[in-house]
Design a protein around this ligand. Structure first.
Ligand code: AHG
Ligand code: MN
Ligand code: MN
Length: 361
């Protein structure tokens, strides 16, 4: 098996990075990897079996659930229950968090937040979908874990990852020491290390957002759209627009090629559409670990204090330079939250320095 390193081998090797680790986190990651292979199998045959289409129930956010959402949700919960390392699963698909109370998970210390199937509206047309997960250590030291154990800032994540079910299936994860990507080799049924130490280019020319919501965007985002569309050879503009509608797939592409993904506040979603715990924090941790930036337009996503399970936020995520430009324009033109911005002063000078003041009025 020379030259091939499987996810399982890699996880065990990396355990040495955490001197006091007893292997629990490694087992948890392994459990998620196994569940994702089962979900992958079902996603692959979505066109063949009657698992496709709306399940007829609504999730807490009032969005229609697809059957595969339900399947993936059940699959991850059951893998995490039998694995024994997890005391709570908070999932996008359930109103409340799921307490795991089995004999094997008696002293479990980890909490998993999960979007079991991301981009599920894309399933019935064979477009890439994903799974996003985030792992925290519980804060309380005795009794049952509580909501307060789940409501931790993104900076507290001990690991995060995503699986993309695309033209090939990949699992990408971080434990805070860089980002590594594994491609599923269907012939042996193993995720194999294919993208070691992933880095997002500091700049790029792809922008991804749902421009159909344009009239409802904050002024700063409208200005950024102007900016990306203005011709400027020196900065490779106009940029290219690419939007799949599966956050995992859009961010995965931008991570590899360089780009920015934006889901701002809109009239329909005044607090943003994407969920902090299941989507934004894990993707922010991964992108930061790859050298990029994730912001709500004003501040770091990972520093948002969560107050509720299904909290939403706006997100600007991707290549460092691109997100900085978008944040600067938010600060300049969507000034209602100016005082919260990480840029305390000197915006105009900063915009000029970046060469973005001309041609966008
Ligand atoms: P989910 O399928 O888990 O509900 O997530 C869908 C999310 C995200 O993946 C995607 O980028 C975004 O919603 C698309 O939203 P719009 O259709 O409003 O563009
Ligand atoms: Mn999602
Ligand atoms: Mn989902």
């Amino acid at each position: 098996m020379s030259g091939i390193k499987t996810l399982g081998q890699f996880i065990i090797e990396k355990q040495a990075d955490f001197p006091y680790a007893k292997g629990e986190l490694s087992r948890l990651l392994r459990d998620i990897g196994i569940a994702s292979k089962i979900v992958n199998r079902e996603v692959n045959k979505a066109g063949l079996v009657d698992i496709l289409g709306a399940a007829g129930t609504m999730n807490i956010q009032g969005e229609g659930q697809q059957k595969l959402d339900v399947f993936a949700n059940t699959q991850f919960i059951s893998a995490l229950t039998s694995g024994g390392e997890c005391c709570i699963v908070a999932t996008e698909e359930e109103d409340d968090f799921v307490k795991i109370d089995s004999p094997v998970s008696k002293n479990a210390k980890y909490i998993v937040c999960i979007d079991p199937l991301d981009g599920s509206s894309n399933i019935d047309c064979n477009v890439a979908v994903g799974t996003i997960f985030s792992i925290y250590r519980r804060k309380s030291t005795n009794g049952k874990a509580t909501l307060q154990d789940v409501l931790q800032k993104g900076t507290e994540q001990v690991a995060a990852g995503y699986v993309i079910y695309g033209s090939s299936t990949m699992l990408v994860y971080t434990t805070g020491k860089g980002v590594n990507g594994f491609t599923l080799d269907p012939s042996i049924g193993e995720f194999c290390l294919s993208h070691p130490n992933m880095k997002i280019p500091p700049n790029g020319n792809i922008y991804s957002l749902n421009e159909g919501n344009y009239v409802h965007f904050p002024e700063g985002v409208k200005k950024y759209l102007k900016y990306v569309q203005v011709e400027d050879k020196a900065t490779n503009r106009p940029y290219t627009s690419r939007y799949i509608g599966s956050m995992v797939a859009d961010i995965h592409r931008n991570l590899i090629k360089g780009g920015i993904y934006i889901y701002p506040t809109t009239a329909r979603s005044p607090k943003g559409k994407l969920r902090l715990l299941y989507e934004c924090n894990p993707m922010a941790f991964i992108v930061e670990q790859a050298g990029g930036i994730a912001s709500d337009g004003f501040n770091r996503i990972l520093e948002i204090e969560p107050t509720e399970l299904h909290q939403r936020t706006a997100i600007f995520i991707g290549s460092e330079h691109m997100v900085h430009v978008a944040e600067s324009l938010m600060l300049e033109f969507s000034s209602e939250r100016k005082s919260e911005s990480r840029y305390i002063s000197g915006t105009e000078a900063k915009l000029e320095q970046m060469g973005i003041v001309g041609g966008i009025d």
